[in-house]
Ligand binder design. Structure first.
Ligand SMILES: Nc1ncnc2c1ncn2[C@@H]1O[C@H](COP(=O)(O)OP(=O)(O)OP(=O)(O)O)[C@@H](O)[C@H]1O
Length: 252
């Protein structure tokens, strides 16, 4: 069994008066893929965003409870949120490269963290693009604009951009929902490869995708974590009736 990468205890989250996460407890394994599933509005993205404090950017959010990453409570006052987001990278639903070159997209993170050595940046750009399975497709046009890449390539570029600052954890919020089936497959294969080195938490609307790529699955409903289980078990013989109803398409 892998050690725990993220330990969530008694987590409540409120948007103003509305409670969006209710007493969530979960331990996420290191170097594994954890899928978050559930119907629209159940709190998947909200939960994902708590893991690198992206909800801090939303007004009127109140968070109670604890999230430990390597024994540090990420909500404690001493935590440097910039450093946290370096360790816990994020990839969004729609690929969102900067309107800059392919090279500059990947070099951006290391540069803002103070690295200016051209040789080191070259190495990081190559390593990150290789890590995101994009190097061979772009190595001869690193100076071209990133926005000229296909959607699937742009998404892998965003993954390379996240890898460039050497995170431990990668959060992915429906990373393939804007992609065609072939690009989706490439990103799914990439996720399998990345879990050898990173802890991955992925929100997906697609239950087949969760079943294909994740080791564990968390099923949310109305802000409650109903079931957190091995993916094989959750999709074949879930412990809770609501999970059964959801995976067999009776609601959601
Ligand atoms: N910025 C916000 N301000 C107020 N309420 C919000 C905000 N973001 C989300 N919510 C509410 O919190 C609940 C959970 O939303 P969240 O986006 O986390 O769900 P989700 O499961 O990711 O949904 P989807 O699958 O549609 O993306 C919803 O009721 C939503 O309306």
């Amino acid at each position: 069994m892998n050690p725990t990468a993220i330990s969530v205890k008694n987590l409540d989250l409120y948007y103003g008066e509305k409670q969006a996460l209710k007493n969530i407890h979960v331990d996420i394994d290191e170097r594994s893929v954890t899928a978050l599933i559930g119907p629209s509005g159940c709190g998947k993205s909200t939960f994902l965003r708590t893991l690198n404090r992206m909800n801090d950017l939303i007004p009127n959010v109140r968070i109670e409870g604890q999230i430990l990453i390597k024994d540090t409570d990420i909500y404690s006052d001493e935590v440097d949120v910039e450093m946290l987001r370096k360790r816990v990278g994020m990839v969004f639903q729609a690929p969102n490269p900067f309107p800059k070159s392919i090279y500059e997209n990947v070099a951006y993170g290391p540069r803002i963290h103070g690295l200016n050595d051209k040789k080191k940046l070259d190495e990081i750009v190559e390593r990150s693009l290789r890590g995101a399975a994009l190097w061979d497709e772009v190595k001869d046009r690193l100076k071209d604009r990133a926005t000229g890449l296909s959607g699937g390539q742009q998404q892998r570029l965003c993954i390379a951009r996240a890898l460039a600052v050497e995170p431990d954890i990668l959060l992915m919020d429906e990373p393939t929902s804007a992609l065609d089936p072939i690009s989706t497959l490439k990103v799914e294969e990439l996720v399998q490869e990345l879990k050898k080195n990173y802890t991955i938490v992925i929100v997906t609307h697609n239950m087949q995708q969760a079943a294909r790529i994740s080791d564990k699955t968390a099923f949310f409903l109305n802000g409650d974590l109903i079931e957190y289980n091995d993916t094989d078990k959750l999709f074949s013989n879930p412990d809770h009736q609501q999970t059964e109803e959801y995976i067999t398409g009776r609601f959601g």
